[in-house]
Design a protein around this ligand. Structure first.
Ligand SMILES: [Zn+2]
Length: 168
C-alpha cells in the first residue's frame, strides 16, 4: 500500500534560493527542471517515465496500470518508487506489487478530476479537456504556492531567531 506524500520533495529545493516573486517557468521547475510536466497529461508520456519500475506486467502495480491511473514516476534516492498524479499532483510511494494504482489513487485523492472523468485524455471532448486542464493548473499552482509558503515560514523563523540574537 503506497504512502501519501513524499519526504524527498520537501528536501529537493533546500539548496535553492528562490525569490518570492513568481517568474515565468517556475511552476514546472519545482522539482525536476528537465521534465516537461505538461506532457504528463498524456498516458504514453507517463508510461515512459517508469523505465526503472520494479514491478512488471505480471503484477497489478505495473507501469501501464500506473500510467492509466494518471501517475508518472518521480524517483528520488530516498523514495525510488514515488509517483505523482498529473492532475491532482498527489504523490504516493511505498507501492507493493499487488496494489491497484487506480484504487490507491481514488483512496488517497478521492476528488481528483481525472479520476472523476474516468476516461483517458485522448477520449475527452474539448470541453472535458479544458475543464480537466483548468483543474490541473489550479492544483499545480496550489502545490507551488504551498511549497513557497513553507519556504517563507522557514525563512521568517530563521530571521526571527537571528533578530532575537541581536537584541540579547
Ligand atoms: Zn489525481
Amino acid at each position: 500500500m503506497p504512502r501519501k506524500g513524499s519526504q524527498a520533495k520537501k528536501s529537493s529545493k533546500k539548496n535553492k534560493k528562490d525569490s518570492i516573486l513568481i517568474k515565468s517557468g517556475d511552476l514546472a521547475d519545482y522539482e525536476n527542471p528537465k521534465r516537461n510536466e505538461y506532457c504528463m497529461i498524456f498516458e504514453d508520456c507517463r508510461k515512459k517515465t517508469f523505465s526503472d519500475w520494479p514491478f512488471d506486467g505480471d503484477n497489478s502495480c505495473n507501469p501501464a496500470a500506473l500510467a492509466a491511473a494518471g501517475f508518472y514516476h518521480i524517483p528520488t534516492n530516498e523514495e525510488p518508487d514515488a509517483a505523482r498524479c498529473f492532475c491532482c499532483f498527489k504523490e504516493l510511494d511505498g507501492w507493493e506489487p499487488d496494489d491497484n494504482p487506480w484504487s490507491e489513487h481514488k483512496r488517497h485523492s478521492p476528488d481528483c478530476a481525472f479520476l472523476s472523468l474516468n476516461k483517458q485524455v485522448q477520449d475527452l471532448t474539448v470541453t472535458e479537456f479544458l475543464k480537466l486542464e483548468c483543474e490541473r493548473q489550479k492544483n499545480e499552482w496550489r502545490k507551488f504556492i504551498r511549497a513557497k509558503s513553507k519556504e517563507v515560514d522557514i525563512q521568517a523563523e530563521h530571521t526571527s531567531k537571528e533578530m532575537a540574537k541581536l537584541v540579547k
